[in-house]
Each structure stands twice: as structure tokens, then as C-alpha cells.
Ligand binder design. Sequence first.
Ligand code: IMP
Length: 202
Amino acid sequence: MPDTDAPANPLLVSTRNAHKIGEIRAILGPRFLVSDLASLPDLPEVEETGDTFEENATLKAVAASMLFEGWVIADDSGLEVDALGGAPGVLSARYAGEKANDAANNDLLLRNLLPFRAEERTARFRCVIVLARNGRKLAAFSGTVEGGILGRPRGAGGFGYDPLFVPLGHSESFAQLGSDVKNGMSHRGSALRALAAWNGWG
Ligand code: IMP
């Protein structure tokens, strides 16, 4: 039987993205006491110079774990669209430019997909979570969710490309389905459930 009185594991998430933190808290639940980089204002912005989600998650997790004593995770994630050769991929946050916001990224994606029919607009979200401690990477956990890209945004929930992404087997976008449904099937949900099941928590 799980020990419901066990103290929560303090866990720093190496991000300043409020949407990601909200999802991570909701998915991990009370077993983890989640904080974010607001508690480490001196940590300089980590440049995401890697070619893969795992490389970028590793850069972010290891950098924060050199300044914070305890468990640290970083999430690197994005959207891969088959018709665009896997773009925007690791560049998802900066698809329309270095300082691009979600609306600009979504607009560019819709423009680039104009030549493609609905059945050609297959895509997936991918997430890699890296766990680090004392400057060392300990493990990586990944998750994906398959789906397709709509012709126009639908729904007001979520963040990023959620209004354009319809998960396989559904007819509504992640932004319409609501956070509980999204978290139950999302790339981030799968990666975080694997993290929670890691056998090194003690
Ligand atoms: P990162 O902060 O470098 O990992 O960039 C992640 C980017 O990928 C976000 O800014 C979004 O554009 C996109 N992304 C990742 N996960 C999601 C999601 O769950 N919903 C919508 N967009 C996402």
C-alpha cells in the first residue's frame, strides 16, 4: 500500500514557463513539492543549443542542479509535423523568430501547412524530461502523443500549439479538451508518469 504520510519530494523544475509548471504540478500531484526558477533568480538563461529534446533538457536540468541542492528536472518539448519534415521540432518555441509568441508561431505553422490536405497534416508532440542532481544527469524520460493539425485554431485552453492540435481518436483540440483530458494523454503526462515511477526515489 502506498505510504500516504510520506513527505513530498522537493523538486525544482528548470523553467520559467508558467504553463509548463502548472501542468507539471497537476500531473505529479502531492507526492512532489514542485518549485520553479523563481526561487533561483541568479541562474542565467540557459541557451538551448542542442539538436534534440534530450540534449536541451539535459542542458537546462544540469545547469540548475549545479546551483540547487536536491532533485532537478527540465522539460524540453515541441511539435513534430510530418509534412514539414519534423519541424518545428526543437525550435517549437522560436518557430516564427527568437522572441515569437504562440500566436505568431501558430500563424506560421498554418501558412506552411496551407498546401496540405487534412489527412496529410499528421503530427505529434514530444517531451523529454531529464532528472539531474549535483550537476549530474541521472535519467531521461520521454513521452509522445500522436494527432493532426487543424486548418484554424480552436479553443481557449492550454498553451502553445494546443488550439491547432487534435489528438488521435478525438475531434476536439487540446485547447478544447481541457487540462484533465490533455494531461491524461499528453506527451508531458506520459514522461512525468515515467519519472514518478522511477525506482531511485527511495
Ligand atoms: P521549450 O520550452 O524549449 O521546451 O519549448 C516548448 C515549446 O513547444 C512551447 O513553447 C510550445 O510552443 C511547444 N509545446 C510544448 N509542449 C506543448 C504543449 O503541451 N502544448 C502546446 N505546445 C507545446
